[in-house]
Design a protein around this ligand. Sequence first.
Ligand SMILES: [Zn+2]
Length: 219
Amino acid sequence: MSDTLLDKNKIWQQIDDEKENMLQLWQELVNVDCGSGNKAGVDFIAQKIEAILKTLGFATTQVEFEKAGNTLVGKIGDTSKDFIVLLGHMDTVFKDGTVAERPFKIVDGKACGPGCLDMKGGIVIMLTALKVLLANNYSKHGIKVILAGDEEVAHYLSNASETILAESKGALAAFNFETGFLDQGVVTRRKGRYEFTMEAYGRGAHVGNDPQSGRSAII
Ligand SMILES: [Zn+2]
């Protein structure tokens, strides 16, 4: 089937049919302690996702880090140019033991559990979209999946950001599967973050009796 003739109604139906599988996978990904500091937990998730990508036909590699969760890269189709990048991360901000305290559950139609929102849900959506697209013989663009293992701590114990930049070179577009906003809009940019250290020097003096001898470190 040519890509321009993908039957959207059929695809929506196929996605709906995946609902139980999605919930199952979501639960499996949430019910593993994998805070950024838990390399074993993050790497376990990476292996699990890697296995799924392989069944979809992806060639996969893991960029291994000693102290941070690995970065998983999967490729399918022609990824030499004009390919699509699907981006995300596998770590969470939660400490070990959180899964035992509050495992995945659905309350009043809403799923909750550590990392449910950020961003195991996004990963499930990504993998399901790939499954359905590839089942419909999508091949218009090559696709690269890049999942970092230490995003929540800004890759400070790895060089995952360099891997992401290098693997994304030549891409036509990149879609990040992080949580969006409540209005369901497509988020096209995010604010950045920069960390630096400043040293300030002042001169101490009594603020009431002798302020003129002091120098404010802040000013
Ligand atoms: Zn996130």
